[in-house]
Design a protein around this ligand. Sequence first.
Ligand code: GDP
Length: 325
Amino acid sequence: MSNAHGGRRRKASVPDLVSGALDGNPVALARLLSLVENGAPGLREAMSLLAPHAGRAHVVGITGAPGVGKSTSTNALVSELRSRGRRVAVLAVDPSSPFSGGALLGDRIRMEDHATDAGVFLRSMASRGHLGGLSWAAPQALRVLDAAGFDVVLVETVGVGQSEVEIAGLADTCVVLLAPGLGDGIQAAKAGILEIGDLYVVNKADREGADTVRRELRSMFSLSGSSQEGWRRPVLKAVARTGQGVAEWADALEAHLEHSRESGTLDVRRRRRARREVEQIATEMLRARWSLAGGGEALESLAVEIVAGRSDPWSAADLLVGHSS
Ligand code: GDP
């Protein structure tokens, strides 16, 4: 290994990044997250080095329709958690708008309050349409933040849709935010949001109609079942702008974590998350092998056969899978 600092210099920097991130260096952490976003080759080594450090953070998903107050609430919740001495990372993801890019999303996170706080780390990710997109990157980004020693990792998802639901499903605890005046009741039911929440917060409780939203939600719960996995899902009220109700929100998060730990659902969810991660990575590996190796020639010649009616997609897929193993 006499030339370890020669040709392999770039690779040698991955352990440095990992140890930097473990020491709380935000620059090293940001670089690791870029490895994730870019699917860079060093990611494999980084993940292996980070593995023994993972599994300690409470991963909290925050979701809800645009304008409901996710960004304001996240900010308020970070303040509350900091006052309890927790180190907090925020990952803001936008699965629904591939073209918005990091900058726009970055603008959305109004986190000036925490800009100089070393106990808070912020990162936004938008779908860039490469690799498996956010389904691929988000869980790995969570893994990095978890291993880096944050007590709580908040995942704020923007927009409503299936991919948002999927990302919320990565969390240990999922918070669904609602607000009066946005027709949330109907939206919630449509988006399958009634299934994903462990905790519901009716924000903007300073406005008229918060109690109505709360009542509607509870009556919908009474139809669909008010408890999940033995957990009675609370419906809280908050005013994110002033921080009112945010302490109760933080208490409920802790209670849910405790409940999940005791009931074993925490492990179940984390295994589910790990399974998805493996599936995503393996799928990308296969895809890369099929379509990148050889410039996609194998796939192209199969396509020619199908179009000519000499083969069908199933037989072609069999061949592709067979070829790859
Ligand atoms: P997001 O799109 O879900 O992230 O929502 P934002 O956090 O950007 O908030 C949308 C708007 O609602 C902003 O103008 C906020 O100032 C406002 N807002 C957030 N929380 C509250 C609240 O508790 N009460 C009131 N009245 N307005 C709020």
